[in-house]
Design a protein around this ligand. Sequence first.
Ligand SMILES: NC(=O)c1ccc[n+]([C@@H]2O[C@H](COP(=O)([O-])OP(=O)(O)OC[C@H]3O[C@@H](n4cnc5c(N)ncnc54)[C@H](O)[C@@H]3O)[C@@H](O)[C@H]2O)c1
Ligand SMILES: [Zn+2]
Length: 405
Amino acid sequence: MERPRRGKSSPPGQWKQGKPYGGIRLKRHSDSQLIDMELDGRKSRLVLGPLACLELHKYVRHSAPVYLVDKTVAELHAPWLDNIQAECPRGGGSVYHLPAGEKCKSMAVLDEVFHWLAERALPRDGTIVGMGGGAALDLAGMAAATWRRGVDYVALPTTLLAMVDASLGGKTGLNTAGLKNPVGCFHPALAILADCGFLATLPRRRWREGMAEMIKTAALGDVHLFDELHSTRDRLGQYLRNGPADEPVPGILGALPWQDWIARTAAVKASLVTRDFREKGPRKALNLGHTLGHVLEARAMEQGEDLGHGQAVAIGMAVVFRIAAERGTCPLASAVQVLEILDACGLPTTYPVFAPEEIERLLAGDKKGSTRAGLRWILPVRIGKMDLNGRVSTEEILRWLDEPR
Ligand SMILES: NC(=O)c1ccc[n+]([C@@H]2O[C@H](COP(=O)([O-])OP(=O)(O)OC[C@H]3O[C@@H](n4cnc5c(N)ncnc54)[C@H](O)[C@@H]3O)[C@@H](O)[C@H]2O)c1
Ligand SMILES: [Zn+2]
């Protein structure tokens, strides 16, 4: 994989202030972008650019950092991992290979990591560096949050989804008791160093899943980005609509403005999590498409179907846009545009209808959106504006889940 060579890091104060996103500013310096957040009183900085990972040393306090790295990423990007370690003057540090993807998010793996940290005597002022997709980062963040009651954490996201979503906002999580993410805590990364170069090896399926979250975030928070994604959908479609799901997507990195899109998506999320760290209000908008998405994910798991989170969210989004358009509370044109972009990205927008009792049983398991008054849905009002207290009946879900009639 071709990557730019290391250049000089940016002198402080030379970042240009960019467009504000609800209080968050996207700052630019040559080919990098920067977002500063303050989460729960702690500073958290996203650096997005070709050499971002080599800035790790700026965020490491005293002792050598330790690295918790997704195994596949460690194999595919071994030279780059060596580079990162070599550039961190506090010493190479040790690398732990996490099982690839979702398998790492278990209590058993966390316990193994704790033993490994104990062998290395990682002190209270040490740093854990997580590197990989959202799963590796959730586990690494959890380890950093709990080891010696919290050590510094730096995230190096390597999937599109992790760059626009999972690495931002301070949530960590583990799977246990047959449930997804029931255990976790808030522990923001001191820095998130994101380099699109890692996406060169990302399988098409993961690109699609990341796009589901990007489309979601644009739809709820950035009209201009949404319009751009829509007007670029033919080009997106050339790379993502068809083609082997498990293979990388040749040419996609150079064909579209990924860094810019990731920065703008991240700015929307950064703005929401900064204003509402504990998800009491505006941050809930990020659950657009997720209420039904979680139902479908749980259903697929029970049925042994292959339906990823991003795919489930895509269907969830398509359904709430159809419902709102039919009610006349959201323009039909917006719903059509959402469906068009999802389709171009090779994401599903329908799911075969199943029994209403099943839908209700699985909805009851979605604790995220529930209040004493009942489950609240994120319903679109228009692109850029969501109703956070929507109600949806099972009949409406059934009417709009499969091919609209
Ligand atoms: N904490 C949060 O706020 C938050 C938000 C959204 C999602 N998540 C979590 O994120 C996880 C999903 O993350 P994900 O979609 O990044 O998937 P993932 O971390 O499971 O990674 C997907 C696959 O891609 C591989 N991979 C990673 N980077 C690669 C690269 N550059 N090239 C080739 N292969 C690569 C991994 O080995 C894995 O097999 C879920 O566990 C979800 O719960 C957390
Ligand atoms: Zn999601």
